[in-house]
Design a protein around this ligand. Structure first.
Ligand SMILES: [Zn+2]
Length: 173
């Protein structure tokens, strides 16, 4: 990577750091070395990068609240994200979708914006968008008209969170 390209990617990385995306996701997207991104996080936030694994997709469908949150996020992401041939998450679209999601859920009980209260973090949002991009999950419509997530490929079956209709899907154990 030449210096001009590195500068461009550093500016992009700085934006993603401010939104709280994990080191590895930023390094993957910008092609910057992981160590470089970690140093950049220290420079920008004054703190060491937090470690920790990304959540597994089915864990995001454990409650009615988290399923609703996932539907809201994914519908917005799918509308915003440009159609790409490669199955990668568009981070700029993800950030826009997450900001929109935060506005939609602002003030709703159980969707408090602090990290402990809200069912979704920006990194959970990446996990969802990645699962959609790689076709592990898909969006469909329930007979009630609401959007539902189909996660059969992950052996995860859930009721519509809005009307509880199960359709062709069996109950999650
Ligand atoms: Zn329904």
């Amino acid at each position: 990577m030449n210096r001009l390209e590195q500068s461009k990617q550093t500016i992009r990385a700085a934006k993603y750091i401010q939104h709280g995306l994990k080191t590895n996701l930023i390094a993957l997207d910008t092609n910057l070395p992981v160590k470089y991104v970690r140093d950049l996080i220290r420079d920008i936030t004054g703190k060491s990068p937090t470690s920790g694994q990304l959540v597994e997709v089915p864990r995001l469908f454990k409650s009615k609240r988290s399923i609703m949150a996932s539907v809201l996020l994914l519908v917005t992401y799918q509308k915003i994200a440009p159609k790409q041939n490669n199955a990668t998450v568009n981070l700029d679209a993800l950030i826009m979708a997450f900001d929109c999601y935060c506005k939609q859920t602002s003030g709703l009980l159980g969707f408090e914006s602090n990290q402990c209260g809200n069912p979704l973090s920006i990194n959970d949002a990446w996990v969802l968008a990645n699962a959609l991009s790689t076709e592990q999950i898909e969006l469909s419509f329930c007979r009630c008209g609401c959007v539902v997530i189909i996660a059969d490929k992950l052996d995860t079956y859930m009721n519509c969170p809005f009307c509880y209709h199960l359709g062709k899907l069996k109950l999650r154990s």
